[in-house]
Design a protein around this ligand. Structure first.
Ligand code: ADP
Ligand code: MG
Length: 292
């Protein structure tokens, strides 16, 4: 009996958090490395399904770097990166599209469905969700491209609103469509930040393979909270680098567009989404607007 009362207590503790999020949108990005473990993956999908059933609207965006690399390896293609971005020739783009939309996306959809939810997978091509243009960067003083890597021009979020309005959970593969009709590979964190902005989400949660953001190279602990100003300083000093950069920039973009809360979370902790949402302290690093 005592056990049962304790269980009821835990549920009641969640009530104010549920009230705050009821009817609101939460964008969840699920990252490459944290996606490898099947049991963990299933626990993340359970959390997402539970959110939907208590009246929150989860929208899932996924990466899939390791999946793409595995298939490239099977095809004897060596992945190439420039400043952390995948150099994407036509063949690599074709593989990325096949893997992200055909494999990774459908696996996540199937896992949510298995957890009792109803997921629908879309890519940025569907409903013109992600309009993209070719990304250009400075290489040896010259504006150059790195193949089919895209910048986001516009998000047409209607398709997500239609899916999420009913009992469905949208699951987005991060591929954009150019007005040249080509597919473009886009960093999934950037996509999550832009989608959270377009949907005026309440929360953006980026799940990755570290506890949160380390505030110095030698730090043992992560920073529980960072302001946008502190984030820019950490980038400037090289403390935040590589794959963490699009995450923090995605958070700042979302905050600027009115998203209330943004978080970098450890996707390796079982039920990290519920732990962040339904506990006072939360977990991971929260990025707040602060002064810029
Ligand atoms: P994902 O698949 O989740 O997008 P990424 O590898 O792209 O993963 O980005 C997460 C990585 O960012 C971490 O594994 C870590 O190596 C790196 N990183 C860079 N700067 C920091 C920092 N200050 N604190 C924590 N991790 C950082
Ligand atoms: Mg990444």
């Amino acid at each position: 009996m005592e056990e049962l009362i304790k269980k009821a207590g835990i549920l009641i503790e969640a009530l104010p958090y549920i009230q705050r999020l009821y009817g609101k949108t939460v964008v969840i990005k699920y990252g490459g490395a944290a996606m490898v473990d099947q049991t963990l993956k299933a626990s993340v999908m359970e959390d997402i399904t539970l959110l939907k059933y208590i009246g929150v609207n989860p929208v899932v965006v996924h990466g899939g770097g390791p999946d793409i690399n595995k298939t490239l390896d099977q095809l004897d293609i060596t992945p190439q990166f420039h400043d952390g971005l995948r150099v994407t020739d036509a063949q690599t783009m074709e593989v990325a599209q096949m893997v992200l939309i055909g494999k990774t996306n459908k696996e996540i959809v199937a896992l949510i469905n298995k957890a009792g939810g109803k997921a629908i997978g879309v890519s940025g091509i569907d409903g013109n969700l992600i309009e993209a243009e070719q990304y250009k960067t400075d290489i040896n003083g010259k504006q150059s491209d790195i193949g089919y890597v895209g910048n986001i021009k516009r998000i047409n979020s209607k398709v997500l609103e239609i899916i999420a309005k009913d009992e469905y959970i949208p699951v987005v593969a991060p591929i954009g469509i150019g007005n040249d009709g080509h597919s473009y590979n886009i960093n999934a964190d950037t996509v999550a930040g832009e989608i959270a902005s377009a949907l005026k989400a309440e929360k953006l949660m980026l799940l990755t393979d570290v506890e949160g953001i380390k505030p110095s190279k030698s730090a043992d602990n992560i920073a529980p909270v960072l302001t946008a100003t502190e984030v820019y300083d950490l980038i400037e000093n090289g403390i935040i680098d590589g794959g963490m950069i699009p995450k923090v920039l995605g958070c700042i973009k979302a905050l600027d567009s009115g998203v209330s809360r943004t978080h970098i979370l450890d996707g390796r902790i079982p039920h990290c989404i519920l732990l962040e949402i339904f506990t006072d302290r939360g977990i991971g690093t929260m990025i707040t607007k602060g002064s810029v």
